[in-house]
Every structure is written in C-alpha cells, then in structure tokens.
Design a protein around this ligand. Structure first.
Ligand code: ARG
Length: 457
C-alpha cells in the first residue's frame, strides 16, 4: 500500500483519496471565501491582547497580501488544490507556508478546519442566496409583466382539472409570481439564519486563549456570531438543510409553473405557445417541438428536494461535535443551489417570450363555467344561495349567452381577476431585489475593508 505524506500525517494513498472525496474539486468554489475567513481570523489574532503578540500587525498585513494573491489566482482558475492537501483549507495553508515560511504555519492558531469549513459554507451560502433572490425576483417580475399584459384575457379557472369558473391569464400568472415571492421570504429567512458567524468554535469547544469572536464576525460582515461554540459546529449540515429547504420551495413553485405550461401548451388546449428556441425537436419525428425545459424543471425539483432530504438524513443521527459525514453534505448543498438557480434563470426569458392564444382561451369556455357566477347573481337579487344553486343546476341552458370578458370584469375585489394590485407585486419584487443588493453591497464593503482592496469578488 502506497503511503502519502500530508500536512497532517502520512496515510495510505487510497485512504487519502477516499477521505478527501470530491473536496479536491468542490472546494475550488470555496477558495475565495476561505481566504476571506482566514484574513478575518489572522486580523483578530493580531489584535489579541496577549504578550508576546501571536501575530504582529506587520505579519498580518503580509498574510493578507498573500491571501489577496491567492484570490487573484483563484479568479483565473490558477489555484490548485492537491490531493495531499485534502481540501481548500490545507491548500491555502500550504501556499502561505511556502511563501511566508514560519508565518504561514501560524495562521491556524486557535482554529480548526471545522471552523473554516463552517464559515466558508456560510459565506458561500450568503452569496448564493443573494443571487438566488435576485434571480427569483427577476422571474417573479417576468410573470407579473406577463400577467399584466394579459390581465383582461379570460381563461377557464379549473378545479380537479375540470372547468370551474371564469378566470384570467393575469390571475394565473400572478398566482405563480406570488408563490415565488413567498419563496423569497423563505430564502430571506434562510439568509438571516445563515448570517451568523461560526468562527471561533475551533474544534467545537473553544480555545483557552482570549479570541474575539465578535470581531471576526464584524470583520466578515455577519450580523452576529453564533453564540454557543459547540452549536457553531453542530449547525453545519443543519444550515445547509435550511437553505436547501428554501430552495426546494422555490423548485416547488417552478415545477408547478412548468407543469401548467406543459398542460396549456398541449395542442388540445393551445392556450400558450412556448418560444421555439425553448423547445427541442425529436430525432425521428420532424414536426416535434417538445417542452423539455419544463420537463427538466419538474424533474430538477425532485433532485433539489432529494438534496435537502439527503443533507437532513446525513445529519439526523449525527452525534454532537464534528463528524466527517458532514463533508458529504457539501456536494448536495452546492448542487441543490446551482440547480435551483439554473431553473430560475432559464424560465424568466421563457415566460417573457411565451405567446398567448386569446381565441383558444375563449374557445375553452363552455356555458356551464358561468354557473356559479349566475347563482351569485340570483343571490344578489335576493334568492338564498342553496336555492339559487339548485335553480342554476336545473336550468344550465340559461347560461349560454354570457361573455367571458364581461364575466371577469365583475370580479374586482382584492386579488380577483380584475382586482389585482399590480403595485403589490412590483413592490414585493423590488423589495427582494433591493434587499439582495443592499446585503451584497454591505458584504463587499466589509470584505474590501478587511482585505484592503477595492473589489475582492
Ligand atoms: N473537508 C472537511 C469537511 O468538509 C473539512 C473539515 C475536516 N475536519 C476534520 N476534522 N477532519 O468536513
């Protein structure tokens, strides 16, 4: 068995490969945040009230300069994580030690890799959640614009998939938009739980030196440090499952939207036509234009849910303190987020370019769709509802001359087809975008101050 030397001991090569797993690739996404976390840690060490200083201010500046170089390399895909490093944390330490000698060996004072990976994942989640919010707000806006454009176009409202009552394309589209805006609230809740700095937990139990956890949290632009140092570590996995749970709510909305598109673009309905460039053909049937994008969104909703459940399942029996099982959550976490974001991004332009066939929507109306409206009209004339209900049921032929456009004009109360408050949707979508922009500007400001550079991202 071939043995291999690592920073933290000599082990069998196969064991090294097995235990490092996919970290050697996946951790590339964490290089920048790992360096940012290290910059905060080293800054804090340099300010620690101990004599002699663990790291002097001058040394701290040298480390930060080297970290900024690593970030630059990472941005050009030039930073390599070797198998012997096992992960990004030891790769950065190796490079710092090569460059700075003994100073590089000091950076790990008062912290563990568990500390590092926990803070890295939170910084990663922060950025990803903010992008997701922006992308979700963009899709919600596309749906609202679509709804506004076709506000007065009648559409049969269905229950049990059967014709029910007169509705509108505006109501259909904004139902999905509002669902997505609620999902943004779930994403914001996840963001706020994530916005706590776990640094300073070390191996989970704190250290016998006066580290300043508030300072590292402030330097990294977190709203606060997590309190209990053991929970700071136990929170790993839980945090990922919270974020993925918000992502899977987004996917739930997208999957139902996709399903509706598939249904309403069937030739038997023909209500909507997806843009040709969003449909794929068949290798044998020349006429085909298939809604593969929608099918894949529906399928990916299952995968994101599986990622959420995968993480949940990994940690539900996990004993207190760090366990290597947590490493397996990383791939699910990153994949779940990336998948959700790709679905948001593909659907927004598709919605914007979808055509509406007003005639097919009108042809979808049969007189019985107006039965409830007619019963309520009789109620308005003084008939008790149940009597009106039976009257209409027995005289369905009375409904034949009702115009769908006129029928929806009568539905003007809050949130009804012609009672939709367009400002409500706009304000919610704008406030999501504003939230994401404000948080990301604050984060960039904190990181710029920490690294002493203008635009670290
Ligand atoms: N790659 C590891 C992970 O993701 C980093 C932490 C390793 N910690 C340890 N005690 N072995 O969990």
């Amino acid at each position: 068995m071939a043995k291999q030397k690592t920073t933290v001991g000599t082990i069998d090569h196969e064991v090294l490969a097995f235990t490092a797993g996919r970290d050697v690739e996946l951790d590339h996404a964490l290089i920048t945040v790992d360096c940012i976390g290290t910059a905060a840690h080293v800054t804090m060490l340099s300010k620690m009230p101990v004599q002699p200083a663990l790291i002097t201010e001058g040394e701290c500046a040298q480390v930060i300069e080297a970290l900024v170089e690593i970030i630059g390399l990472a941005q050009q895909d030039q930073f390599t994580i070797e198998l012997a490093d096992q992960d990004v944390h030891l790769a950065v330490e190796r490079v710092l030690t090569d460059k700075l000698g003994d100073l590089g060996k000091k950076i790990h004072t008062c912290r563990s890799r568990n500390d590092q990976v926990a803070v890295d994942l939170r910084l990663y989640a922060k950025e990803q959640l903010l992008h997701t919010l922006e992308e979700a707000a963009a899709l919600a806006t596309a749906l609202v614009d679509f709804g506004k454009k076709y506000e007065a176009v009648p559409m049969v409202g269905r229950t049990h998939m059967q014709p029910g009552m007169p509705s509108s394309v505006g109501l259909w589209a904004t139902a999905h938009a509002e669902s997505l805006l609620d999902d943004c609230t779930a994403l914001i809740h996840a963001y706020e739980l994530n916005d706590q700095c776990p640094l300073g937990s070390a191996a989970s139990y704190g250290v016998p030196l006066p580290i300043d956890r508030q300072l590292t949290s402030d330097l990294l632009g977190f709203s606060r440090p997590t309190h209990n140092v053991l929970y700071a570590n136990n929170g790993r996995g839980k945090l990922e499952s919270i974020v993925l749970s918000a992502m899977s709510q987004v996917m739930l909305t997208l999957s139902r939207l996709a399903q509706d598109f598939m249904l309403f673009t069937m030739p038997e309905f023909n209500y909507f036509k997806l843009p040709a460039e969003f449909c794929t053909g068949s290798s044998i049937m020349p006429q085909k234009q298939n809604p593969d994008v929608c099918e894949l969104v529906r399928a990916k909703a299952s995968r994101v849910k599986a990622a959420e459940l995968g993480v949940y399942d990994l940690i539900k029996g996990s004993p207190t303190g760090y366990n290597r099982d947590l490493q397996e959550a990383k791939e699910l976490f990153m994949e779940g987020i990336a998948t959700t974001r790709s679905c948001l991004r593909i659907l927004a332009p598709m919605v914007a370019a979808t055509e509406v066939n007003e005639q097919a929507l009108l042809d979808g109306f049969s007189p019985d769709v107006f039965a409830t409206d007619r019963a309520l009209e009789l109620v308005g004339e003084g008939m008790p509802f149940r009597d009106a209900y039976h009257h209409v049921k027995e005289n369905l032929e009375e409904l034949s001359s009702i115009d769908p456009s006129e029928a929806i004009k009568l539905k003007t109360h809050l949130g009804a087809p012609l009672g939709l408050d367009w400002n409500y949707f706009k304000e919610r979508a704008d406030s999501v975008t504003g939230y994401a922009m404000e948080k990301s500007a604050a984060f960039n400001k904190a990181v710029s101050a920490l690294l002493g550079v203008k635009d670290p991202e």
